[in-house]
Design a protein around this ligand. Structure first.
Ligand code: ADP
Length: 149
C-alpha cells in the first residue's frame, strides 16, 4: 500500500519551518501532499495562486511531493486522496495543545492517523504570522522563507 501523507496548512506564506518538516518527512512516506486549506471566511495576505506557486517552486525537484488545495475538513480531504496520515509540525506546547484534540478526534471519527515532527531548533521560532508582520511593515523576511522576495 502506498504510504501517503497530507501536510495541511494555510501556508500564508510557506516558511523554512514548513520546508524543514516536509524534507524530514520524505523518508517516512511514499508520497506527501502539501494541502493548502482554503477558508472563504479567512483573509490571507498572499493569494492562493502565490501561495501555491511559492510551494511548487520550493519542491519542484521532489517527485514524491505534490501541491493541492482543498476546502472543508482535512480528514475528508485525506479520504478523498487515499492518504492514511496527516503530517504536522510541533514548535511548542501551544502547538501541541491545539493539535492534540484534533488528532484524537480525527483518529476516532475519521480513522486518519496524525504524525508529528518536532520543529528543528534552528527554525522553531519561524511562523507565517511573523513573516506577515515583517512584510506588512516593509521589512526583509527573506531569511525566513524558501522563495526570493
Ligand atoms: P495552520 O494555519 O493549519 O496552523 P500553518 O501553515 O501555519 O497552518 O502550519 C502548517 C503546519 O506547519 C502546522 O503543523 C504547523 O505547526 C507547522 N509549522 C509551522 N511553522 C513551523 C516551524 N517553524 N517549524 C515546524 N513546524 C511548523
Amino acid at each position: 500500500m502506498t504510504k501517503r501523507a497530507v501536510f495541511p496548512g494555510s501556508f500564508d506564506p510557506i516558511t523554512l519551518g514548513h520546508v524543514d518538516i516536509i524534507k524530514r518527512a520524505l523518508p517516512l512516506f511514499d508520497e506527501i501532499i502539501i494541502a493548502i486549506g482554503v477558508n472563504a471566511q479567512k483573509k490571507y495576505m498572499f493569494s492562493l495562486e502565490e501561495r501555491k506557486h511559492f510551494i511548487e517552486t520550493a519542491f519542484n525537484e521532489y517527485e514524491s511531493v505534490q501541491v493541492k488545495t482543498y476546502t472543508g475538513l482535512t480528514a475528508d480531504f485525506c479520504k478523498a486522496e487515499n492518504a492514511q496520515f496527516i503530517l504536522r509540525g510541533l514548535r511548542n506546547t501551544a502547538d501541541f495543545t491545539y493539535e492534540q484534540t484534533i488528532a484524537q478526534a480525527n483518529a476516532k471519527v475519521m480513522d486518519v492517523e496524525s504524525l508529528f515532527l518536532l520543529a528543528s531548533p534552528a527554525v522553531s521560532y519561524i511562523s507565517s504570522s511573523i513573516v506577515r508582520d515583517i512584510a506588512r511593515n516593509g521589512g526583509d523576511y527573506s531569511a525566513l522563507v524558501p522563495f526570493s522576495i
